[in-house]
Design a binder for this molecule. Structure first.
Ligand SMILES: O=C(O)c1ccccc1N[C@@H]1O[C@H](COP(=O)(O)O)[C@@H](O)[C@H]1O
Length: 220
């Protein structure tokens, strides 16, 4: 059993929101290096935000079919960056950095997770998202029943999560971590400290419920 589901909050752009996520107990914070996203940050912005992180909080750089020079520059500026590939990158493009990475994939009925895991032997985890236009960040939930629950599988559950549905996702999928962007925003692209706190509290309550055997809502 996974006693503590790790939390990644993605798409941060403001120091106040970084602070709120850290105080709420986030394990990883995502910075979007994808110019077409409403959550995009420059390398300078991301570097300044990463400087606010305390030890043991991991900065994650999200890339979508990025030019290798962009990734190279990000790694030079923020060497501790965990890479997240959220586009059509082939396994070799993910592996070439010799760095830990998350491989995002859109879950469809025909998706074969074992096959994806085999093609990404060095991925720290597969990050499971909903099929959406624009690669991700669409706030859409995919059909969780397509997955088999497994306490040991290092998957990151993502796609349309929020404080109201994350406990159900944890109970049904048993992911290593959960990842949220739209679900902790007051308006598209603008994070809400209150929603960040509520999301993290809901994850902790779901974990407690799994430990005690009580349904998640009993612990809220
Ligand atoms: O956040 C974005 O704008 C984004 C753009 C392109 C690819 C991925 C993106 N975000 C990631 O998408 C998933 C799901 O997000 P949501 O919670 O459904 O909004 C998550 O990993 C984001 O980091």
């Amino acid at each position: 059993m996974n006693s503590r589901t790790r939390i990644k909050i993605c798409g941060l752009r403001e120091p106040a929101h970084v602070e709120a996520a850290v105080l709420a107990g986030a394990d990883a914070l995502g910075f979007v290096f994808y110019a077409k996203s409403v959550r995009a940050v420059t390398l300078e912005q991301a570097s300044a935000l990463v400087e606010l992180l305390p030890p043991f909080v991991t900065p994650v750089g999200l890339f979508v079919n990025a030019d290798p020079n962009v990734i190279d520059a990000a790694l030079r500026a923020i060497p501790q960056l965990l890479l997240q590939f959220h586009g059509d990158e082939a396994p070799a493009e993910c592996e070439r950095w010799g760095r830990p990475y998350l491989r995002a994939l859109a879950v469809r009925p025909e998706t074969n997770l074992l096959d994806c895991a085999r093609r990404h032997p060095h991925a720290q985890a597969l990050l499971l998202d909903a099929p959406v236009e624009g690669y991700g960040g669409g706030g859409k939930v995919f059909d969780w029943s397509l997955l088999k629950p497994s306490a040991n599988s290092p998957v990151v559950l993502s796609g349309g999560l929020n404080a109201d549905n994350v406990a159900d996702g944890i109970r049904r999928v048993r992911p290593w971590a959960v990842d949220v962007s739209s679900g902790v925003e007051q308006t598209r692209g603008v994070k809400s400290p209150d929603l960040i706190r509520r999301f993290c509290a809901a994850v902790r309550a779901a974990d407690a419920a799994q430990t005690t055997g009580l349904p998640p809502h009993e612990n809220l």
